[in-house]
Ligand binder design. Structure first.
Ligand code: LLP
Length: 487
């Protein structure tokens, strides 16, 4: 016999998911600052309601709260500046453009006193078009082309973060041939690999990024690749060695991993400064600060992380008897992630009955709610098993909660947007759903699978909405198709 679950938790739901007391309520940490419901129960952002946004721009649509982006950028800058003021005079915050990049965002980043981290020639092109001065831009990448290195040098980049010995020689040679010195940071792998809730302090050498700090990582006895790179960089006429860099992972909540990496890099920095009689004035500790995708995610405020990291930098420098290098960080997700939600329209609905684990002859309902986008505008559930949440946005409802799975419209059964969420059981075709936390690595990872047009991104501020990236048209989709020669 089928069993109705009513308001009770569904046995099909994962352990972490609870039935919300109020399905219409917004769980604050997941949403941009200005998002709320108006008197009619319609979701609004920056004073504009989602029905009006759909009317003007269509769906799917990335909806970004500009004031919230600026506030989060400033919060990082202010918190880290305050915590590190007496250690190294403040912190340079490089917004990691790979998380979401367009010229408008570069402008905001600059206006809020941040810098920009790029990872390809294309991202440099956006930076150049936005007009941010080259000295405020960094370039990353484990396989930079000669063209990308030349472009970085053309733009007078503040730093090129070098990833390998091989690349060090290439950057140095190209810069020297141009009569220039490239400003270089060396990306090291400190053996701290952090992933989401935990970090493991074991050698994490088996990856493509960075120069190993392990003593046996070169042919030369006891010499690490990192040390060999320091020696080579400081001797190369085409290179000005600024300092060291590390990035330990992404979507990390606890500061311990960042602090441990900082300590390891400072010890290494002190040792090579002494051994090679050099000064390394800069240390970049990367990005990776986590955000709330679901109600169980509990990110730390920027100030908490800054304080914990400052304490370690202060005490390690004191113990080593060195002046602290200028510290920089590279947050992406923690600035842009929660500024944005994706607005979808509901289409097809169906309910299936599913066996619950460990129970015989009992099935429970799972509702499939199809929306007009999917894995082409949010690949993260498919790529990383990422969990998201969703809310009925175009109205409120007093209907019972029903365990639902929000799915896209692609020809793929793994095309899931939100794997498990309780939605009101009267959700119907034509309703609008909002999925929060889609500012980072969603538009950036979007595709044209099944020839779906990539959605636009609209920035809302003070009751005014502006497209900062327009959505693709059918014309765009067909533009690169070269046709059939008619001979
Ligand atoms: N710095 C470096 C050198 C990085 O490689 C990254 C991210 C960041 C900074 C920014 O990390 P964030 O603060 O945004 O976590 N596509 C994956 C994330 C890939 C992260 C790549 N590197 C995702 O959607 O979870």
């Amino acid at each position: 016999m089928p069993v109705q679950t009513g308001n009770a938790a569904s046995p099909l739901a994962p352990d972490w998911l609870t039935v919300p007391a109020d399905l219409n309520a917004l769980h604050e940490p997941m949403w941009a600052g200005s998002v709320q419901r108006n008197d009619d129960g319609v979701l609004t952002v920056g004073g504009l309601d989602v029905a009006a946004l759909k009317e003007q721009f269509g769906t799917p649509l990335f909806v970004m709260d500009e004031a919230d982006f600026r506030a989060r950028a400033r919060a990082f800058k202010d918190a880290f500046d305050a915590a590190f003021q007496d250690i190294c005079g403040g912190v340079d915050v490089y917004y990691a453009g790979k998380s979401f990049l367009c010229t408008a965002v570069v402008k905001w980043v600059e206006e809020e006193g941040l810098r920009l981290d790029t990872a390809s020639g294309g991202e440099l092109a956006v930076a150049a078009r936005a007009g941010i001065p080259g000295e405020r831009v960094a370039l990353h990448g484990n396989n930079k082309s000669d063209a990308e290195i030349n472009r970085a040098l053309d733009m007078g980049l503040g730093r090129i973060v070098v990833d390998s010995l091989d690349e060090l020689v290439r950057v140095g040679t190209i810069a020297h041939a141009r009569g220039q010195q490239a400003k270089v940071m060396l990306r090291l792998t400190p053996g701290v690999h952090a992933h989401t809730h935990e970090f493991i302090a074991t050698a994490h050498e088996d990856q493509k990024f960075g120069l190993s700090m392990a003593g046996d990582s070169t042919d030369k006895e006891g010499l690490s690749a990192a040390e060999e790179a320091v020696a080579a960089a400081s001797a190369h006429p085409g290179i000005e060695l600024l300092g060291l860099h590390c990035h330990i992972g992404s979507q990390i909540f606890e500061p311990d991993g960042f602090a441990l990496a900082a300590e390891k890099l400072l010890r290494f920095l002190a040792a090579v400064q002494r051994k090679y009689s050099i000064e390394l004035p800069e240390l970049d500790l990367g990005g990776g600060y986590g955000i709330a995708y679901t109600p169980v995610d509990t990110p730390r405020p920027a100030a908490d992380i800054a304080t914990a990291m400052a304490a370690v930098v202060r005490s390690t420098c004191a113990e080593l008897g060195i002046t602290s290098p200028r510290i920089s960080i590279e947050p992406g997700r923690a600035i842009v992630g929660s500024t944005t939600f994706t607005l979808y329209e509901v289409g097809t609905l169906k309910t299936v009955r599913v066996d619950a684990e460990g129970q015989e002859n009992v099935t429970y309902p799972r509702r499939y709610v199809s929306v007009d986008g999917g894995m082409s505008d949010n690949a993260r559930p498919v790529l990383y098993d990422a969990d998201y949440s969703a809310i009925l946005a175009s109205r409120t409802s007093t209907a019972s909660p029903q365990l639902s799975r929000v799915v896209g419209k692609h020809c793929e059964s793994g095309d899931i947007v939100v794997r498990d969420v309780y939605l009101p059981e009267d959700v119907a075709a034509g309703d609008l759903l909002a999925v929060p936390g889609t500012g980072a690595y969603c538009w950036a990872l979007s595709s044209n699978y099944n020839y779906l047009a990539r959605p636009g991104v609209v920035a809302v501020r003070d009751g005014y909405a502006r497209l900062i990236v327009r959505g693709e048209t059918e014309e765009d989709l067909l533009n690169r198709d070269m046709g059939v020669p008619n001979d």
